[in-house]
Write a protein that binds this ligand. Structure first.
Ligand SMILES: NC(=O)c1ccc[n+]([C@@H]2O[C@H](COP(=O)([O-])OP(=O)(O)OC[C@H]3O[C@@H](n4cnc5c(N)ncnc54)[C@H](O)[C@@H]3O)[C@@H](O)[C@H]2O)c1
Length: 471
């Protein structure tokens, strides 16, 4: 029974809530309370499905490749013609990691911009973007459009899974009705509907798509059981069934808001400690020695990517529509959004202490991706940092070995040469090995370490002015 902790709480209350909310057979007897994922894996015949993956980006393409690896017949669909052409020509996009690239080069998955091949699918997984508009309100257009395109192709008996990140209620209230317009599709009879939010962490050397635990919510017990069985066979990680679609959606909101809030907290501490003359990194390392009740987060020039700076807005909006004001989440967003400006001002102040002006100075920005050792620039604080510096009149040179098309310099040496100051915006491996000697050789007197990834002492002792975020 101990193993069942991976599943829903076994309390009487929880079981009752499930059966009363879902009006159907008591799933608790089937999978939720009596079995663990490995048992489902053993008991369910290894059905090789025809899987249509809609949206072949950072989430969808690795998933399509894994499903192919597991023996499923895979159909990849994406509205991006260039992407589909490159997949058809067997050219791997940089949204997949090295292991996936190796698999990709040995296999070919069917890829199309048209949706009719999805007619053959008995599992459809939607992995399209869920961004926000300029005013930070959720932009559900790609999800709605993808659902509208694939719903008419969906055959009775199909399991539809939404992996895109959405706020609680979107799967059931917005996406599911689009499928139900197809009169052949009746929920829990001929249409099975689930939400399984993706958790991939690009560039993570430990956790990958196959090993990260997942949560799954279903529109009813049959959908849930089918989805849990599908993922249990596909993935090695623990699959945690949730009591509803809404709970599964909320899990993802909570995870990413948790990150955003904690990063905002250390960013605020960094700004405060800078004034107090306390090194935030030393303090965080000190606090990290507490073996319980503390989780380490580090300050920096801001948060980026498709998740952390976006998902909290989904929750903020949904709660507001239901009469709740998430003041704490909004404050965290504000703090993190302000970090590029704070860092640019830090540089301006540092230069001014040395009698120099930022205006018309040559500043080199190292890194454009939102995090280390990957090429993704979505919502990257580095890009906002660039515009902040330019608005302050600096002449900015950029270099990111992973993002050559947005880099104005073609090598690190070229980027560093004669710069009045260097700002590290992304802690790519190449930048973490910078030395004071290297900077002085290129006549660079100041470095702003926007990721606190260098040794402060080494640079100060080496004769370079070093400024970190909160140190
Ligand atoms: N990237 C991550 O690290 C990550 C992690 C966890 C969750 N997510 C979530 O997963 C979802 C997908 O994210 P992503 O990073 O893979 O996005 P992405 O932009 O890399 O890929 C999405 C793909 O969907 C395609 N697309 C857009 N509209 C479409 C439509 N109507 N029909 C078919 N294809 C369409 C796009 O052309 C694109 O190739 C988002 O909701 C995101 O929040 C992303």
């Amino acid at each position: 029974m101990k193993k069942n902790r991976h599943f829903l709480p076994t309390s009487k209350k929880a079981k009752t809530a499930w059966s009363s909310e879902n009006h159907s057979e008591d799933i608790s007897e089937n999978i939720l309370f009596g079995k663990i994922a490995s048992e489902i894996r053993r008991e369910t015949p290894v059905a090789l499905e025809t899987v249509a993956v809609i949206g072949l980006g950072y989430v969808g393409l690795p998933l399509a490749l894994l499903a192919d690896k597991k023996g499923h017949k895979v159909i990849g669909i994406d509205t991006n013609t260039d992407l589909i052409k490159s997949i058809q020509k067997h050219k791997a996009p940089n949204s997949i990691n090295e292991k996936e690239q190796a698999f990709f080069s040995d296999h070919k998955i069917a890829a199309d911009t048209k949706f009719h091949p999805a007619r053959n699918a008995n599992v459809i997984i939607i992995c399209v973007p869920t961004p926000v508009h300029d005013d930070h309100s959720p932009d559900l257009r790609p999800l709605i459009e993808a659902a509208q395109s694939v719903a008419p192709m969906t055959k009775p008996g199909t399991l539809v899974i939404i992996e895109s990140t959405v706020s609680p209620g979107v799967t059931e209230n917005i996406v599911l009705p689009i499928f139900e317009k197809n009169k052949q599709l009746i929920r829990e009879e001929t249409l099975f509907f689930a939400h399984c939010p993706e958790r991939i962490n690009p560039g993570d050397p430990v956790w990958d798509l196959s090993t990260i635990p997942r949560v799954v919510g279903g529109i009813g017990p049959k959908s849930l059981e089918k989805a849990v069985a599908f993922y249990s066979r596909l993935l090695k990680g623990v699959i945690q069934p949730m009591r509803s679609l809404k709970e599964a959606e909320a899990v993802k909101m909570v995870e990413n808001s948790f990150r955003d809030i904690n990063i905002a907290f250390v960013n605020e501490l960094a700004m405060s400690f800078q004034k107090l003359g306390i090194d935030i990194i030393d303090v965080i390392e000190g606090a990290s020695t507490k073996p319980f009740g503390f989780m380490t987060h580090f300050p920096g020039i801001g948060v980026g990517g498709h998740c952390i700076p976006v998902d909290p807005y989904y929750l903020i909006e949904e709660a507001a529509r239901n009469g709740f004001n998430h003041r704490f989440l909004k404050a965290a967003r504000k703090v993190n959004n302000n970090m590029p400006r704070f860092t640019a001002q830090l540089l301006k102040k540092t230069m001014s202490h040395q009698g120099k002006k930022l205006k018309r100075s040559h500043v080199t920005l190292l890194g454009l991706a939102y995090k280390k050792n990957i090429a993704d620039t979505r919502e990257s604080p580095a890009l906002r940092m660039k515009s902040e510096l330019e608005q302050m009149g600096a002449v900015v040179t950029t270099f990111d070995p992973y993002v050559p098309h947005l880099s104005s310099a073609s090598s690190l040496d070229e980027a560093l040469h004669n710069a009045s100051a260097v700002v590290i915006a992304t802690d790519h491996q190449l930048f973490t090995t910078l030395t004071p000697k290297q900077l002085l050789q290129h006549r660079v007197p100041i470095i702003v370490d926007g990721r606190n990834c260098l040794s402060k002492e080494e640079f100060i002792n080496g004769g370079v002015t070093y400024v970190g975020i909160g140190r």
